[in-house]
Design a protein around this ligand. Sequence first.
Ligand code: FES
Ligand SMILES: [Fe+2]
Length: 381
Amino acid sequence: MLKNFWYALEFADRVGRKPIKVRCLGQDFVLYRTRKGEVACLSDLCVHRGGALSMGTLKDDTVVCPYHGWEYEPGGACVRIPANPEGRGIPRKARVDSYPTTTRYGLVWAFLGDLPEEERPPIPHIPEYDNPAFRMVRLEMEVNANYERAFENAVDAAHTPFVHGTVFGNPDKPEIPDYTIRQEDWFAEADVQLSPPMPKGIWGMLARRRKRPEHVTVTNGWYLPNVIKLHVRLPFGELIMWDFNIPLSQDRTLIKILAFRTFFPRAWADKNAIKRTMRILKQDIPIVESQRPELLPFDLSDELHIRSDALQVAYRRRRAELIQKGWWVGDDDTVVSEHPHRRATVIPSPARRDNPELARAWVHKARSERGRLSADADGPL
Ligand code: FES
Ligand SMILES: [Fe+2]
């Protein structure tokens, strides 16, 4: 799992004046809206005794821990400790990590990392969201698989004839003609020629009115850290899916999808569009849940690649570079697990950089840049 990226964590209309827990990178976060309507995203782990702030309440713009009532402002600083007699100060260390947030494309994004603003990788651009020619539906589903397995599955054109032979792929035409990748720092995409069969149901009605083309061009792309775009140019219109593979933990993924279409652009066709996408997702799930090893290998040579896997290989190479930079969040960093832990870590937030004194000062053992627990490297706090 990669830190130092913007992650879409929740649909914006689900975040309001009641704290909610969301999970990403094996960590829990609390989200809530301030009175001005801005979204606060804090580590869900109260530094006092590790209470879950998401079980607390809001008091003006602060979130009140349900255990002993410590109050944290949206920037993460504790501003009130009710057990302290009047006049006693609040320790400087009494703060939780707070992450920058923004709302875009109907999603709340949080920057999970400590990079200063100018160094942060961008949020992918989704022009369809504001384009009235497109109708959007959204869906989500949790799977018991690693997010990178799900992510690679979504960008993988060669599996469609086999896994989706009944709805989208064409088992009679499994070849993937060679494609050229356009790659930049944070994304890669390619135009792939597929030969899908005639759609069924109401979409088939549209298809039958047109001459059936030899191929359709599908633009498959990945956007770091976890987003896949699929742009299918059907003879009767365009279908664009943005697929967010949110790593709840190493082995559990929350998939959220924004699916845009130019045909049947009215509400009555939404249910059908959701059903079709769900049907395709449900075909992928047993496959990605059964892949072994469960986690994507680090070493490129651990699996065999062919030409049609070039997009996935480009991802694995880019990921290896980011791991070198110390952006990887691994097993020993997760708070959320099946098993009880004696230690909890958090993803360092930007405030830790701005204030070196605080970098290691909190109860949580933040990862060092080199990917080790700072407490291991530096002795007890
Ligand atoms: S655990 Fe949060 S106030 Fe004590
Ligand atoms: Fe698939």
